[in-house]
Design a protein around this ligand. Structure first.
Ligand code: SF4
Ligand code: ZN
Length: 361
């Protein structure tokens, strides 16, 4: 059957059917619609005020590549300026190639790029060194636990370095739905209640953070990258989490097959959750070492680094607490952490993503 005419311009042949609406669009009209939807997310959510200096967390992967490209298109209308901030976790054989992709993007799009390295920020600790130190303790799990906490801190440091007023990350709707599902399955009410919304306002002196792609499906992010011919890095991290997130991802695919709106339904469900007064955490204090918000003497990042420096990483990552494999360490109460103390959502492992074949004519 020949492809129908594009439902928007009526001139070109449609190249895809949008997963949610079923609308048949040509590539150009799809990209325009995708950008308009991100613009609406940012404006309606008042995520980035005019004049904001926006640090885009750039990993070289598809999500942050699409985010940077879309925001570059929207920047004149939003009245914001962009800075790419990349984090070098010190993962041999993986991050170097990913950073090369970020450098190419910065050069092509003429965006300033700053790279901050774990080794410089965290007393010489790289993820490879952390992996050696935590060997035998469930390697991939431990690595992602450390990495998520440290990346959040590193991105904040990099953003401050370039004078940013806001931080944006490329998490899409599927990433968020996986996280919601994981928190449900773990019974982690505290994280569920905090996980809603499009970002955090910046408590305790931290920069405001948001996720402008949070309502965009992964399929459409891949399609946007395809039609805009974006160059991104798609190899899997050598410490890619193979534990719980993989199960949540698989379950989500099954749910989505039965109910196409399952991904967004899960994202929105988290927005509507609120903790009962009795379950609310006590007011947060300040980390005695770095001043960040903390529910204990040390914030998560300082506690992790302290455990590493003392040669006791197992203490820092907890001793087999249920459901703590990819999220915060045992030194912090499971449902009592302030928002700024949350780790950066673990970067889902990059996968070589083919353009969804069923969507193209
Ligand atoms: Fe860090 Fe992501 Fe690699 Fe885990 S998979 S170690 S979170 S880069
Ligand atoms: Zn601290």
């Amino acid at each position: 059957m020949p492809a129908p005419q594009c439902a928007s311009c009526g001139k070109a042949r449609a190249a895809l059917r949008r997963p949610r609406s079923g609308q048949a669009l040509c590539g150009a009209c799809f990209c325009t619609a995708f950008e308009a939807e991100v613009l609406h997310t940012v404006v309606a959510g008042r995520l980035l005020p005019p004049g904001a200096v926006v640090a885009v967390g750039a990993s070289g992967g598809k999500d942050s590549t699409v985010l940077a490209h879309v925001l570059r298109e929207l920047a004149p209308r939003l009245g914001v300026s962009l800075q790419l901030v990349a984090v070098d976790e010190g993962i041999g054989g993986y991050r170097d190639a990913a950073l090369a992709a970020v450098r190419r993007q910065a050069a092509r799009w003429e965006l300033p790029l700053t790279i901050v390295a774990y080794a410089d920020l965290f007393g010489g600790w790289t993820m490879d060194a952390v992996a050696r130190s935590t060997a035998g303790s469930g390697r991939s799990r431990s690595c992602c636990t450390f990495c998520g906490v440290l990346r959040r801190r590193a991105l904040e440091e990099g953003a401050r370095l370039v004078g940013a007023t806001h931080v944006v990350t490329g998490h899409n709707a599927d990433d968020m739905a996986e996280t919601v599902l994981m928190n449900f399955l773990r019974g982690d009410a505290g994280r569920l209640a905090r996980g809603g919304g499009l970002g955090s306002a910046g408590e305790g002196g931290a920069l405001p953070r948001c996720r402008p792609l949070q309502l965009a499906s992964q399929k459409e992010v891949v399609l946007y990258a395809h039609f805009r011919r974006l160059d991104y890095f798609s190899e899997e991290c050598v410490y890619a989490p193979e534990a719980f997130r993989g199960h949540a991802r698989h379950l989500l695919k099954l749910l989505e097959a039965a109910r196409p709106s399952a991904v967004l339904d899960l994202v929105h469900s988290a927005e509507r959750l609120a903790l009962a007064p009795a379950a609310r955490p006590p007011p947060a204090g300040a980390c005695s070492r770095c001043g960040a918000l903390a529910s204990r003497t040390l914030c998560q990042a300082c506690a992790l680094l302290d455990g590493l420096d003392r040669g006791r990483p197992r203490l820092a990552i907890g001793k087999g607490r249920r459901g703590r494999d990819e999220v915060g360490p045992a030194v912090v109460a499971a449902s009592g952490t302030p928002q700024e103390e949350q780790q950066e959502q673990v970067q889902p492992p990059a996968q070589k993503e083919a353009v969804p074949a069923v969507l193209t004519f």
